[in-house]
Design a protein around this ligand. Structure first.
Ligand code: GDP
Length: 281
């Protein structure tokens, strides 16, 4: 589902987030490992108050492993608690749970000192649309939910999902809006499917993707589209791929919309291999 965000939505989302965060001990922020910067929204830090936060880089199976490690190091140097996740193959859930518990420790100990009965650590998942929130929630609670059987539909935002006896998760994720600050960020969000922004030209989005691939992963382009040598201009690569794939309009010119669809589909279905669209400075 893609929603168009307006200032009213954003204000409401921020208020709701603030309320939910008050009820949890730890916040889990999801970022797409392919665009770990563009897929985050700094507004989250404004509403965290003193809650500790884990940054879970998800979809690591789709990203360039070397670049993901660089990002992890970059974020850790900035004092963040980072966990790498691949929800598709269920990797990283254990680490995430461990990290949430670790970060909640000081608060849990303080509560116990005050004589408050021990309770499960409470956390919530937050992120932009399509980043993988539901998938991660399912990974964390999947088995336990199955065990509890068919519970009636729950009121959103008011219930806790059991991860284990020691951890609970808010039943609904916090949705952050994608950043619209500059065109490049918009392109990255559109390529990865976080936004379907009508303000962006589809062909421009794919041209940007081609240029990024040409710069960082020329081999992926050559191999996928059987090109012995890449033309030097992105737009010429675009045209060559279109022609190779038979995306033509009457008269024999390349149908760039159709070619764009082919390339974007290939990228999203990992036909071009694991790719990161941004690197730490
Ligand atoms: P939400 O909108 O943030 O709740 O995102 P979803 O959980 O619905 O996930 C969006 C898409 O990303 C779905 O097609 C998921 O299958 C896919 N997805 C989520 N996590 C991963 C992951 O770690 N690896 C891969 N390859 N796909 C993922």
């Amino acid at each position: 589902m893609t929603i168009q965000w307006y200032p009213g939505h954003m204000a409401k989302a921020t208020r709701e987030l603030q309320e939910w965060i008050k009820r949890v001990d730890v916040v889990v922020e999801l970022a797409d490992a392919r665009i770990p910067q563009a897929s985050r929204n700094p507004v989250l830090n404004d509403v965290l108050s003193d809650r500790p936060k884990v940054l879970a880089m998800v979809k690591t199976d789709m990203a360039d492993e070397t670049v993901t490690k660089q990002w992890q190091q970059h974020f850790e140097q900035n004092g963040e608690n980072v966990v790498l996740m691949n929800a598709k193959h269920n990797k990283g859930s254990g680490k995430l749970i461990q990290e949430v518990k670790r970060l909640a420790q000081p608060k849990m100990q303080a509560l116990q000192k005050k004589g408050i009965k021990k309770r499960a650590v409470r956390a919530m998942i937050v992120g932009v649309p399509n980043v993988g929130k539901s998938t991660v929630i399912n990974r964390l609670v999947g088995k336990n939910q199955a065990k509890t059987g068919d519970r009636p539909a729950m009121t959103r935002g008011n219930h806790w999902l059991k991860v284990s006896n020691e951890m609970e998760l808010l039943d609904t994720p916090g949705i952050l809006w994608p950043k619209f600050e500059d065109q490049e960020v918009g392109y990255k969000l559109a390529i990865t499917g976080a936004i379907k922004d009508e303000r962006l030209d589809f062909q421009d989005v794919v041209l940007y993707l081609i240029q990024q691939l040409q710069k960082w992963y020329p081999q992926a382009l050559e191999e996928r589209y059987n090109l012995s040598e890449l033309p030097s201009e992105g737009v010429d690569i675009f045209e060559t791929i279109g022609r190779k794939r038979g995306c033509l309009i009457a008269g024999g010119d390349v149908d760039f919309d159709q070619a764009a669809e082919v390339i974007l589909r290939d990228f999203r279905s990992e036909k071009l291999g694991p790719i990161s669209l941004e690197k730490p400075e």
